[in-house]
Ligand binder design. Structure first.
Ligand code: ZN
Length: 447
């Protein structure tokens, strides 16, 4: 270590590393992890020691599915509020979805607009997905070259008119183009024909909403998507998997060598259809939260590696758009600040350790996005951390959340796991609910 200026040592009896959890001292220099050494290692002269005792030191979480909506729908959310909520929740990197902002991230010019808006507001490192629309195949390669992490498309209506879905032929065209330059397509997979033929009943009953977004819609869309990826040798990622019926076909595709990865979300893994009260549209999202038995199968999919990662799909709106009618209310669940405790609470109940949670919420999303400096506590990575008191509990009070509209499906829940502090490149950016000034950087693919 001679010649390296170690300014900070973070110590805990429980540091979650890729080789397991152990007592360790993490040496930080120039915002990066210089070394992970035994707990008793002498603190280098001139370095500051932070000892977290038995609180757990985790790599900062990486959330690759966040709708920030800025600029354009900033009354729903914005980079200032979203990145503060993320920092308070132990997240140190987020990737913004290309829709719901105006403009959407579908051309290089639009990407530049988004970056300029985000730059002064980002409390954590922030990157961007591009969007694949029916008419922007010509823009995909330049967006890729400009640093987006991949391209999102819908196969059924997105909910906003400026972001239309792709039909199967358009999907094939975009996918072929993206495969040509080695990019990644991330897909909201619900089949429009199955949705159109499902019973559509408005009102306050959750069961009616659930029936309007059947599992078949997801299963068929994923089956078609896998077939296209196989044919074109394209790399695809299935967003927010809810239907556990699709797990066998995904597992088979992976075994066969199709380049497919899958995410699910805290709400599918911790909330159930059976518990949604009538009219409680803070629980509405698409695809929907399904039954408890479906949730058990999703956890089995996580355990056996069919599902790669867990990300928030934080998709907020203003309170007035959450009308009690499930058919017309805006779909989207706000959970950015709560994903870690929500998942940890359920994971521990099901016999999983924090190593699993770190794999699903930090290492795997970092790998999905090609963020080689994120996602693990090991030498050479950015010094991004979350400090967690895993056995402590708290009750979710929406007034304590930092996202713009304090609506959440988790209100009143008692969760395990209190995030004590969050660190970005060796600087403490959040501690006990107090946020520092923004120091997040804008990230580009392979940078
Ligand atoms: Zn989403």
């Amino acid at each position: 270590m001679s010649g390296v200026d170690v300014k900070l040592v973070l110590r805990s009896t429980r540091v979650v590393t890729p080789e397991g959890t152990r007592a360790a001292a993490v040496l930080v220099a120039d915002g990066a992890i210089e070394a992970v050494l035994p707990y008793e290692t002498e603190v280098p002269e001139g370095a500051r020691l932070e000892d977290f005792g038995d609180d757990v030191l985790l790599p900062g979480l990486v959330d690759t599915h966040v709708h920030v909506n800025d600029p354009g729908r900033t009354e729903w959310e914005g980079f200032w509020t979203a990145t503060r909520a993320a920092a308070a929740g132990g997240i140190t990197t987020l990737l913004d979805m290309p829709l719901n902002s105006l403009p959407p991230t579908t051309t290089v010019d639009n990407l530049r607009v988004k970056q300029e808006v985000a730059r002064p507001k980002a409390h954590i490192d922030t990157g961007f997905w591009g969007g694949a629309l029916p008419d922007n195949v010509k823009d995909l390669r330049s967006l890729h070259d400009a640093g987006v992490f991949g391209f999102k498309c819908f196969l059924s209506p997105s909910g906003v008119e400026e972001f239309p879905e792709l039909d199967q032929e358009q999907l094939a065209n975009s996918l072929a183009e993206i495969a040509g330059f080695g990019g990644l397509m991330i897909v909201h997979a619900e089949d429009p024909h199955h949705l159109a033929s499902a019973p559509q009943k408005s009102g306050e009953k959750y069961a009616d909403f659930l029936a309007s977004r059947p599992r078949d819609a997801e299963n068929t869309a994923i089956e078609n998507l896998i077939a296209q990826a196989r044919r074109l040798n394209a790399r695809i990622h299935v967003l927010h998997l809810s239907s556990s019926d699709a797990l066998p076909l995904i597992a088979a595709a992976k075994a066969e060598g199709v380049r497919v990865s899958v995410e699910s979300c805290p709400h599918f893994l911790t909330l159930t259809a059976e518990e949604v009260p009538d009219g409680a549209t803070e629980f509405k999202c698409c695809p929907p939260i399904r039954e408890a038995a479906n949730q058990d199968a999703l956890w089995a999919g996580l355990a056996d590696g069919t599902i790669d990662c867990i990300v928030s799909d934080h998709s907020p709106c203003t309170t007035d758009l959450k009308t009690p009618d499930f058919a017309s209310a805006w779909g989207g669940i706000s959970s950015l600040q709560l994903g870690l405790p929500a998942i940890w609470t359920e994971a521990r109940r099901r016999g999983h350790g924090l190593e699993d949670v770190v794999r699903w919420m930090s290492a795997a999303p970092a790998q999905l996005a090609g963020l080689s400096r994120k996602g693990a506590i090991e030498a050479g990575r950015d010094a991004d951390f979350a400090v967690l008191a895993p056995d402590e509990t708290f009750t979710v009070d929406p007034a304590g959340l930092f996202h713009r509209n304090q609506v959440t499906a988790y209100a009143g829940k008692t969760l395990h796991g209190v995030v004590r502090s969050t660190w970005l490149r060796g600087e403490r950016i959040a501690a006990d609910g107090v946020l520092a000034e923004p120091t997040g950087r804008l990230l580009e693919r392979n940078h």
